[in-house]
Design a protein around this ligand. Sequence first.
Ligand code: KG4
Ligand code: ZN
Length: 340
Amino acid sequence: MRSMKIFSIETSCDETACAIVEDGTKVLSNAIASQIDLHSLTGGVVPEVAAREHVLNILPIIDESLSTAKLSWDDIDAIAVTKGPGLVSSLIIGTQTASVISFVKNKPIIPVQHITGHIYSNWLDIDDEISFPVLALTVSGGHNDLYLIKDHYKFEMLGESIDDAAGEAFDKVARMLGLGYPGGPVISKLALNGDVTRFKLPRPYLANKSFNFSFSGLKTAVLDIIKTSSDIDDQFKADMCACFQEAVCDVLSTKLIRALEQTNVKEVHLAGGVSANKRLREVISNKLPDDVKFRYPKSLSYCTDNAAMIGAAGYFAYMINPEQYRVGNIIPSTEFKILD
Ligand code: KG4
Ligand code: ZN
């Protein structure tokens, strides 16, 4: 069968990203314009500012992804785009751009749910086969879920974040410590020189036998210690980063292992921005039995928001039912529903 090249667009939050992916795994280009510097000025994403940046960045990023892959629109078989969830003003730029390309270039358009995209980041650049069922822990800034994946697009949600997701907690704790945005990379760096035993932090929701997650209490526990401490020096910050990161890793990995024990699964996947965290990978890997395959995205750029993962998710959706996808207009959706 002829290979299929999908041009994909992701603009759900603060990254303007376009990619070209062949047959759901081979990344031919993966271009991204990050707004991190801009949002670090405000300690978080201001939706209106993010949308304006998408407007400025989208056309250059489209050009960059085509030129890096040395391809033209004639080589592209379909367009995939993130339809939600995310910031509506950001999503509109991506969905409308994709819709215009679909009409003008006469290509079918495939809407992709953002978390489904993160799940498919583990298919990028692999040269072996993924064997279902898979247990997937998606840990992002906005969502923190556990899925049993029985086959392509057969997702069963086992648990979800009932308040702050882990990434959001990393960002808020970093803000409390004056470490800037995003919090994950800077906390994991400082944690390397921190004393993991200095502060006793809670392991929220671990006593609860469900697979749901809750990180807002952990964030409050950190704030309480900060408020009652007079000397917040560099060592205090490093120690707090180490203790906080360990608490998050402990909760995520323990719930994951519990889910593994209740399912007959031989592959565990970690995805989303927090999957870039080396300590989390290490803790999970140490707890997993030897006969369970552990995957996280092949490149750090596939952990955080990117368009290649949207291209992979779009490909596998298309393969299930090609007739469903036609030239058309995609309206953003803020609903969190992974099945479509
Ligand atoms: O998946 P993502 O790019 O965006 C959403 O869909 O939300 O995730 C962003 C989150 C941010 O909260 C960021 O702090 C976190 O991923 N993150 C990390 C690391 N790199 C990014 N968290 C922990 N350790 C990291 N190394
Ligand atoms: Zn994301």
